[in-house]
Design a protein around this ligand. Structure first.
Ligand code: HEC
Ligand code: HEC
Ligand code: HEC
Ligand code: HEC
Ligand code: HEC
Length: 396
């Protein structure tokens, strides 16, 4: 299925490598890496990101801190996968591979033995994708196995100095590239399990083509490879910044305003920053809660309630919700805050209350699943609930 990996790229420019020591060093490094690229490509459909890191060090360390690098090893994913296998049989795993271990999917490595496939959504996978059908088919990318050393990327004039081949790929600069995994319906139930791309399409910024990449891979001037000769106006960070890798990024994602309207507490939550719904993905996995505590003039608590929960939640065949995306039969709630939108929540004021304190909290793990994960000893570090906003309202 795989073509012969090639050691040299078609664009090597020997004459441009001068005798300066720095260049000599980079030539040596490039030569070693060329050999390595060739040999590891023989062992699997792609090379380890470690190899790419020899010349793309900063990009590699950014990627290593992202959710893409742990899309297979992530303990929360593994716990839910174990659960899915137990409930639905071990074959269910094959349904997860297109997005969580794409190299294993394309090479038919169903048990994910290949250590490079265990690197999740990695360098050599994304840069060997040659086309994408932005439908809701899970994993709707075309992976080209014919030459793992041919990197597709955003530059028309890349000069990889013989380390690998390179070719311009427009799809890599478009949101549709991300849609291959971030836009998907469940093959059996038809439920929209990943809706981020479709909600991005409804966002005002999509009209003037503000892509996923611009927010999640913010571009800055610099070198695309440490050994590269050119300084480029735009090198995209590979941090895939998001709520789990960078909780602080959520600090201004939403605003919360409180007031009194016709004797009721009026809370308005605005999606302030996301180019899609809030929460933005992971249907039935994440939620944002709006909790209110009413207190009296003496400061004692009068009532505590969950005023609203934002996000899509699926119900199973018995109507129980929330349940994870692969066992959902119907949509129980669809209450995310759309792009460019805000939501108003009204609460009755209990007798004796003179103050209301409202807190908006993002939960990377829906609280309904947390107890089960804790009981099983799953490592939940970095997944504490995050307060997005709070407000206090003095009641008449
Ligand atoms: C989720 C897919 C994905 C993964 C994983 C990924 N890349 Fe990229 N990469 C992209 C996209 C998309 C672009 C182009 C962004 C644009 O132009 O809008 C890009 C651009 C690049 C570029 C051009 C310079 C730049 O940053 O814009 C290099 C070099 C590169 N990637 C190397 C790597 C390396 C090395 C790794 C692994 C450490 C890696 N990529 C992992 C999707 C990915
Ligand atoms: C169409 C691609 C796709 C398929 C197929 C898929 N997932 Fe996911 N999954 C994603 C994306 C994208 C996210 C992250 C969404 C976000 O961050 O909001 C995710 C997130 C998750 C999470 C949350 C992880 C965390 O740390 O919070 C779990 C658990 C999960 N998936 C389990 C599974 C299981 C089990 C299967 C197979 C039965 C599966 N997924 C199939 C794309 C997919
Ligand atoms: C020996 C050094 C070296 C190694 C190893 C290396 N690259 Fe590169 N790569 C470069 C250089 C140099 C460039 C050109 C940068 C430029 O022109 O600005 C480049 C460019 C790229 C581009 C941009 C292509 C385009 O047309 O836009 C991508 C994508 C890329 N590399 C991915 C990878 C991946 C993935 C790996 C690991 C499998 C890897 N590289 C390993 C040196 C290397
Ligand atoms: C091959 C499938 C695939 C592709 C292509 C892909 N992703 Fe992902 N992405 C995932 C999976 C799977 C997860 C969830 C991993 C997990 O939770 O363990 C994820 C998670 C994320 C997250 C959540 C990070 C966090 O910290 O919460 C962001 C943001 C993201 N992806 C952005 C992008 C962008 C932008 C692109 C396009 C440049 C893209 N993804 C392309 C599969 C993919
Ligand atoms: C204008 C900037 C912007 C654009 C454009 C954008 N995002 Fe986001 N994204 C955000 C912000 C802010 C968050 C954090 C709030 C949230 O979770 O929705 C986020 C969160 C996410 C998450 C994690 C969701 C969660 O709740 O844990 C994923 C996955 C994601 N984005 C993928 C994408 C994809 C795929 C695209 C393109 C189709 C895209 N984003 C376009 C700003 C953006």
């Amino acid at each position: 299925m795989r073509g012969e990996p090639r050691l040299t790229g078609g664009r090597r420019r020997r004459n441009s490598l001068g005798a300066a020591p720095a260049l000599l060093l980079s030539t040596l490094l490039a030569a070693v890496c060329m050999l390595l690229l060739g040999s590891t490509a023989l062992a699997g459909p792609g090379s380890s990101s470690r190899l790419c890191g020899a010349c793309h060090g900063p990009l590699r360390s950014q990627w290593a801190g992202s959710a893409h690098a742990t899309s297979w090893t992530n303990p929360v994913f593994q716990a839910f996968l174990a659960d899915a296998r137990e409930k639905l049989g071990s074959e269910i795993q094959a349904n997860c591979l297109p997005c969580h271990a794409p190299l294993a999917h394309v090479s038919g490595d169903r048990q994910v033995f290949d250590p490079v496939a265990q690197e999740g959504v990695g360098c050599n996978f994304c840069h060997n994708v040659s086309a994408v059908d932005p439908s809701t088919k899970p994993g709707s990318y075309t992976y080209d196995p014919s030459n793992p050393n041919l990197m597709r990327g955003p530059y028309r004039d890349a000069d990889p100095m013989g380390a690998h081949e390179a070719i311009y790929s427009e799809i890599h600069t478009q949101s549709e590239f991300c849609a291959s995994c971030h836009s998907a319906s469940h093959p059996r139930s038809g439920l929209l399990i990943e809706g981020t791309y479709l909600s991005w399409k409804r966002w005002s910024g999509a009209e003037y083509d503000m892509t996923c990449q611009e927010c999640h891979m913010p571009p800055a001037p610099g070198k695309a490879a440490t050994v590269a000769k050119k300084t480029r106006p735009a090198v995209n960070a590979h941090s895939f910044v998001g709520p789990r890798s960078t909780p602080a990024w959520l600090s201004d994602a939403a605003t919360l305003k409180g007031s009194v309207s016709a004797g009721r507490l009026r809370l308005e939550v605005e999606n302030a920053k996301a180019g899609h719904a809030l929460p933005g993905g992971g249907n039935s996995m994440r939620t944002i809660t709006l909790d209110v505590v009413f207190s009296n003039a003496a400061g004692a608590e009068v009532q505590r309630l969950q005023a609203e929960r934002f996000g899509t939640e699926f119900a199973d065949a018995d109507g129980m919700f929330p349940v994870p995306k692969w066992i959902g039969h119907s949509v129980a709630r669809a209450t995310e805050i759309g792009p460019d939108s805000s939501r108003v929540v009204l609460c009755d004021v209990p007798p004796g209350a003179s103050r209301a304190e409202a807190v908006l909290t993002y939960h990377a793990i829906h609280p309904a699943y947390r107890a089960m994960l804790v009981k099983r000893g799953v490592d939940l570090s970095g997944r504490a609930p995050i307060v997005l906003a709070r407000t206090t309202v003095v009641l008449p």
